[in-house]
Design a protein around this ligand. Structure first.
Ligand SMILES: [Mg+2]
Length: 116
C-alpha cells in the first residue's frame, strides 16, 4: 500500500495537481468514479453480471473504475492528513465489535437488527 500511495502522490505532484485537490472535489470525484463503476451493473440481473465478469475485457474495465476510486481515495486521505490503512484497520476493529462472528456469520442484517 505504501508503494501505491507514493506512486499516486508522485503522479499528482509531477503534474502540480495538488493545487486542485481540495477535500470537496476529491470526495465528489470518488462519488463520480463510483457511479462509473455502477454503470457496469445498471439494468443487469445478478446472473447477467456474473456472465459479464467472466469476460476479461469487462474485468479489466471494472478494475479501471475501481482503481480510479482508489486513486482519489488515496489522494483525499493525503490532503486531509489521514492514514488510510490505519483508518481501515480501525473501522474493521469497530465492525468486529458491531458484527461479532457468532451473531453475524451467514447473516446480512445490519448490526442493530442482529439477534442478541
Ligand atoms: Mg473512471
Amino acid at each position: 500500500m505504501d508503494d501505491l500511495v507514493r506512486a499516486v502522490l508522485a503522479f499528482r505532484d509531477e503534474r502540480d495537481w495538488k493545487q486542485f485537490h481540495n477535500p470537496k472535489d476529491l470526495a465528489i470525484s470518488i462519488t463520480l468514479e463510483a457511479a462509473e463503476l455502477l454503470e457496469h451493473f445498471q439494468w443487469k440481473t445478478a446472473a447477467e453480471v456474473e456472465s459479464l465478469l467472466v469476460i476479461e475485457e469487462n474485468r479489466r474495465r471494472l478494475g479501471e473504475e475501481m482503481a480510479d476510486i482508489l486513486i482519489f481515495l488515496v489522494s483525499l486521505a493525503d490532503v486531509v492528513g489521514l492514514d488510510l490503512v490505519e483508518a481501515g484497520r480501525a473501522k474493521l476493529r469497530e465492525n468486529a465489535v458491531k458484527y461479532p462472528v457468532e451473531r453475524a456469520k451467514g447473516n446480512a442484517r445490519k448490526y442493530d437488527e442482529l439477534v442478541p
